[in-house]
Write a protein that binds this ligand. Structure first.
Ligand code: SF4
Ligand code: SF4
Length: 633
């Protein structure tokens, strides 16, 4: 029988719980909702018959999707790796039964948009033959790295809904000491009872899983938090903890209040610590795992069994026989519904998960994944249509019940106005989408939908930004590469040139004709040639004999000879002009000087003409002499 909730509990700062010696804290807000757990927790857990077809999604965890290792037509065995992890934040996927891979293709997966995602489809053969499993590990003799690797290879992720790879969560880093391991058995969502049944029936495995994780983390204590509406589970766990005789283990009964199973809320209740905004529990020395994850860790370490099945609740008043099943990963939800007697009435709402945080499904033809904990089929009576949303009346009720102490009303306004920066200023990403605000809103505003929309938009914007930054980095890297290649090319050319030059210099020295001459050589040769020409011309002008043919080039001899002839002619012309001027001054016509006679000018015109002729002859001689000198030098 369930313990009833004390409505005043949340208002009290801390109070001892009967049966516990521990002090508890309360978190802000929260709501009391009918838990509806008795619908499904009265029946014993049943294993679901093996389905004819398993549809196993490659993305069942936070991080990179797994990469298929098998192809269509391959035979696979139960527990065989069919897809391997890609990177540190990723997880491998195993075949949940033996059979043949008949497709690797997009199939409908649990998502509110009804989206399709790549899946490995296995036609089961009914033999359910195991693959070879790894050896069990004596965990007390093993180091943390060995155990983490086993957990990673076993494909274990958070089974409470977050799906974060467990080996990563169990590796907080050596600089981050862990003081407390918390196992989350609160299961605060209404209707869901699979963890309750698991704690009752696999308490010993949960305790073993807790001890393995304590060993890995080196933590001094483990607190297993269970809401007080699960007395059988609490009793079973306490019994196993006593049998284990491990003083580090404490089963803590906590008051039933939604959402006490939220990670940050449970940490607050059990330790009084606040995980910082945008922070993780390890920052306050805490690691938190789901009780189902603890059982899976025990399977992997102590038995070598990978995560290929989980426990699922099928419930709601639209289900004929609500109950819990042990289900292979990849089993269609429709098979679970059928095993629970099918639908018993009109289904108003079909959900994967609980009524507060579950994902609305458009079809039951979706597979069970590692974090899939419930198929919930609600009737119109259980989930009446709230009618159209009305205007916000600024009553503040949403803020009073928010377990994260956010301001849902302000977030709503900014999300509605698509002001993504502003909505982030109000710590949008601290919102755990618990639905408390929408549940209490008198205007029936679907507040959580606005927050989900805003988060999606922010993620899309960030993705775009990252893609653009990545493109810029790629461009810069390309430019740098081209520059480097050019530098390398130039260096190669330089080296080649340096290798050729010494050879060219060495060739004449070895008595061989040089193939090429340098500019300096050419200039030197031109200077020598010019000097020879000048010397030859000077000798010619002075009447000296030309240099011997063996010493001068033919062109030099020609030039000297021509200069000599020219000088001789000019001398002859000057001599003739002087003779004419002296011998026949009367025969020559009188020349009127261009200038008017001055008072010094002689009066005799003939004498004047003779004088001018003399001057002219003297001038011509001088000119001839000058020409001869120029020709010589
Ligand atoms: S509870 Fe609803 S109506 Fe009231 S302030 Fe919040 S959003 Fe507005
Ligand atoms: S859904 Fe978000 S905003 Fe609303 S109560 Fe929960 S945590 Fe607060």
């Amino acid at each position: 029988m369930n313990t009833r909730f004390d409505p005043d509990w949340a208002a009290k700062p801390a109070q001892p719980i009967p049966g516990n010696k521990r002090k508890l804290w309360h978190f802000h807000g929260g709501i009391h909702v009918p838990d509806e757990k008795s619908l499904s927790n009265g029946r014993a857990l049943r294993p679901l018959p093996l389905p004819a077809e398993l549809v196993i999604p490659l993305q069942q965890h936070i991080g990179a999707p797994a990469r298929p290792k098998v192809g269509v037509g391959d035979q696979v065995l139960r527990g065989q790796v069919i897809a391997e992890a890609q990177g540190y934040i990723s997880s491998p996927i195993h075949a949940s039964s033996s059979g043949t891979v008949i497709a690797i293709e997009p199939r409908a997966v649990p998502h509110p948009s009804g989206m399709h995602s790549p899946c490995v489809v296995i036609a089961t053969d009914g033999d359910d033959r195991w693959a070879e499993l790894p050896e069990p590990i004596d965990f007390e003799a093993a180091d943390a790295a060995t155990l983490r690797e086993r957990i990673r290879q076993s494909g274990i992720v958070g089974m409470g809904g977050a799906s974060f790879p467990t080996n990563v969560k169990l590796n907080p880093g050596k600089d981050q000491p862990i003081s407390t391991l918390i196992l989350n058995g609160a299961e605060c969502e209404p209707y869901i009872t699979c963890d309750d049944l698991l704690m009752r029936e696999r308490a010993a495995d949960i305790i073993e899983g807790a001890r393995i994780m304590l060993h890995m983390l080196g933590a001094p204590e483990c607190l297993i938090g269970v809401e007080d509406n699960k007395p059988e589970a609490i009793e079973a766990l306490r019994l196993e903890a006593t049998l284990a005789d491990d003083a580090r283990l404490h089963v803590v009964e906590i008051p039933t209040l939604y959402p006490s199973g939220g990670e940050k809320q449970l940490i607050r209740i059990l330790t009084g610590k606040e995980v910082p905004t945008h922070g993780i529990p390890a920052q306050v020395g805490i690691v938190c795992q789901n009780v189902g994850t603890a059982a899976a860790v025990a399977d992997a370490v102590l038995r070598g069994i990978p995560l290929i099945e989980r426990w699922v609740t099928v419930t709601g008043r639209a289900i004929a026989e609500p109950q819990n099943f042990r289900v292979r990963i990849g089993t269609p939800a429709a098979d679970l519904v059928a095993a629970a007697g099918g639908y018993s009435g009109e289904v108003t709402k079909l959900l994967a998960g609980g009524p507060m945080m579950g994902l609305r499904l458009q079809t039951d033809a979706v597979p069970v994944t590692k974090s899939f904990n419930c198929v919930l089929a609600l009737t119109g009576v259980e989930s009446p249509d709230p009618g159209p949303a009305l205007a916000c009346i600024r009553c503040g009720t949403c803020a009073d019940h928010c377990p994260v102490s956010l301001l849902p009303q302000q977030m709503y306004w900014h999300a509605r106005a698509k002001d993504l920066d502003k909505v982030q200023d109000y710590n949008l990403f601290d919102c755990i989408e618990c639905g408390c605000c929408a549940h209490v809103c008198p205007s029936h505003i679907p507040l959580v939908q606005y927050y989900r929309y805003a988060k999606t938009e922010v993620w899309a914007r960030e993705k775009e930004k990252r893609a653009s930054e990545h493109a810029k980095e790629r461009h810069a890297a390309r430019e740098a590469r081209l520059e480097r290649l050019e530098r390398e090319r130039q260096a190669k050319l330089r080296k080649k040139k340096e290798a050729i030059t010494p050879k060219a210099k060495a060739a004449p020295a070895a008595g061989k004709p040089a193939d090429a001459s340098t500019d300096a050589d050419e200039a030197r040769k031109a200077k020598i040639r010019a000097a020879r020409e000048r010397a030859a011309a000077k000798k010619a002008a002075e009447g000296a004999p030309a240099p011997a043919a063996a010493e001068a080039a033919p062109s030099d001899a020609d030039e000297a000879r021509k200069a000599k002839i020219r000088a001789a002619r000019e001398r002859a012309a000057a001599k003739k002009a002087a003779a004419e001027a002296e011998a026949t001054p009367a025969e020559k016509p009188a020349e009127k000087p261009a200038d008017a006679p001055t008072q010094d000018t002689p009066a005799d015109p003939e004498a004047d003409a003779a004088r001018k002729a003399k001057i002219r002859a003297a001038r011509e001689r001088a000119a001839a002499k000058k020409a001869a000198m120029e020709a010589g030098g």
